[in-house]
Design a protein around this ligand. Structure first.
Ligand SMILES: C[S@@+](CC[C@H](N)C(=O)[O-])C[C@H]1O[C@@H](n2cnc3c(N)ncnc32)[C@H](O)[C@@H]1O
Length: 258
């Protein structure tokens, strides 16, 4: 299956159901029985409050139907959304028709953003980076940011705890569904960002699957962890990155060899 076709109407309905149950009572998902719930907006609002956006514009990469737009509107941002999926962008166009905070909605992949260098004050890529060709996408995020612009980025680390059964199940399930899935060598990515001269403003590490939704984090990078949320300030022009992600986590590979 072409990766673009994966993000279709039925994925849209699925993700809507997962977002709808987030933040409601109970820790486990009813959509995927036994899994952790996905994080609700409050988790993102916490980060934006601690590390405020620059005033002006935000590019939401992988915006889906505009799930985060109400949050960005509260922050008085002018919003541009981009998503690889036609179904998602059509839904966003319908839901935000006539909304003057939403300046543009584009069907395009994160790795080829249809914008000139230095256009946006902020870029957010939330719950999407693991579906992208990460080195190419990260280059693009920094390219379209203004100097001093802020990047908000979440992703999955390439080594999580061996006994994190929810993480292992999710990785296995994703592979069965052909869900595009990439795990970051977070240390290698941070090293390259720093080498380029970008400033890491904050890093949050969520040890196990489900900790993100509960805001259970540490700020010193553990050896193994499941997810991260990084806040980066663009300080230098974007340069190409060497690959720093893999389609299979080290934890999963080790488990397979047992
Ligand atoms: C799990 S949803 C997250 C949506 C939204 N950011 C949120 O936090 O609810 C992933 C979204 O990323 C989009 N997506 C996946 N791969 C992409 C890519 N390479 N470029 C742009 N968008 C992508 C999908 O179509 C989908 O809308």
């Amino acid at each position: 299956m072409n990766r673009k076709d994966y993000w279709n109407r039925s994925y849209l309905e699925y993700w809507k159901r997962r977002v709808a149950e987030s933040g409601k009572e109970g820790e486990t998902s009813n959509v995927i029985s036994g899994d952790a719930k996905t994080e609700d907006d409050a988790v993102y609002e916490f980060i934006f409050e601690k590390h405020p956006m620059q005033k002006g514009s935000v590019l939401d990469v992988g915006c889906a139907w505009g799930r985060m737009f109400p949050v960005f509107k509260k922050l008085r941002q002018r919003i541009t959304g981009v998503d690889i999926s036609r179904a998602m962008i059509e839904e966003a166009r319908k839901d935000f028709a006539g909304d003057t905070s939403v300046e543009g909605l584009y069907e395009a992949p994160a790795e080829e953003l249809p914008f000139p260098d230095g256009k946006f004050d902020n870029v957010a890529c939330l719950a999407v980076f693991d579906a992208t060709f990460q080195d190419k996408a990260l280059y693009e995020f920094l390219r379209v940011l203004k100097t001093n612009g802020m990047l908000y980025l979440t992703g999955k680390n390439d080594a999580y705890e061996d006994d994190d059964a929810l993480a292992l199940n999710a990785e296995e399930g994703a592979r069965k569904k052909n869900h595009p899935n990439y795990f970051t060598d977070t240390k290698a990515m941070l090293r390259q960002l720093e080498k380029q001269g970008q400033k890491i403003i904050a890093s949050y590490f969520f040890p196990r699957r489900g900790d993100f939704g509960k805001l259970n984090y540490v700020t010193d990078m553990p050896q193994k962890f499941y997810e991260y949320f990084l806040v980066v300030r663009k300080k230098a022009s974007s340069k190409p990155f060497k690959p720093f992600s893999d389609s299979m986590s080290k934890t999963f590979r080790t488990e397979q060899q047992k």
